[in-house]
Design a protein around this ligand. Sequence first.
Ligand code: AIR
Length: 211
Amino acid sequence: MTSVTRPEIEPDAVSELCEAFRAEAEREREKTPDVGIVMGSDSDLPTMRGAYEALTELGFEEVTDYDDPPEARFTFESYVVSAHRTPDLMYAYAETAESRGLDVIVAGAGGKSADLPNMTASIAYPVPTIGVPVQEKSVDSVIGMPKGAPIVAVDAGKSYNAGLSAAQVIARGHADLRDRLVALHEAQREGVATVSRRLHERGTPGFEESG
Ligand code: AIR
């Protein structure tokens, strides 16, 4: 039998992290992360990175130390939480989400049994969860929720859109963030026209060469 071990991993790391979430839920803090990003494995990070990119483009900063949060008005945190390898950690994360101050969660997982987004949505309710199927084959398990157990989801791999959706949720109560979302959209719109003109004026080979 082959077993995979990561020597740097602490033996009580899961229970310590669960306790840390519960302790954080009890604490009164002026600043808490607004968005929680969770993924089933660090192998999901290349796909889930889009959520990080969308949020940072909108001026969010990542919280890596609750005792020393960044200056930015809007922040997010990131964790690896596996529904199947660490169900207790998933539970602790989602159960404490609201009391830890999160307004919205972005949850991504891959494989055919991508249950982190749907379970997080159930446990963290009423905090909304935006599910990201990391692979095409994960779509059904992410979105397949019964009546009364809602999840919002994006298409496979579209974590950038999940980040934008999370910001949209928060922006309903913050005009400044709403304006940043509109500006991002406008820049995207103008970008199409800029590329269009360049393609037309340079012609196809010239456009391809200019990169
Ligand atoms: N996964 C991890 N725990 C439960 C699930 N469904 C998913 C991860 C990842 C895939 O399994 O979200 O997409 C493979 O994980 P790994 O760690 O083997 O690379």
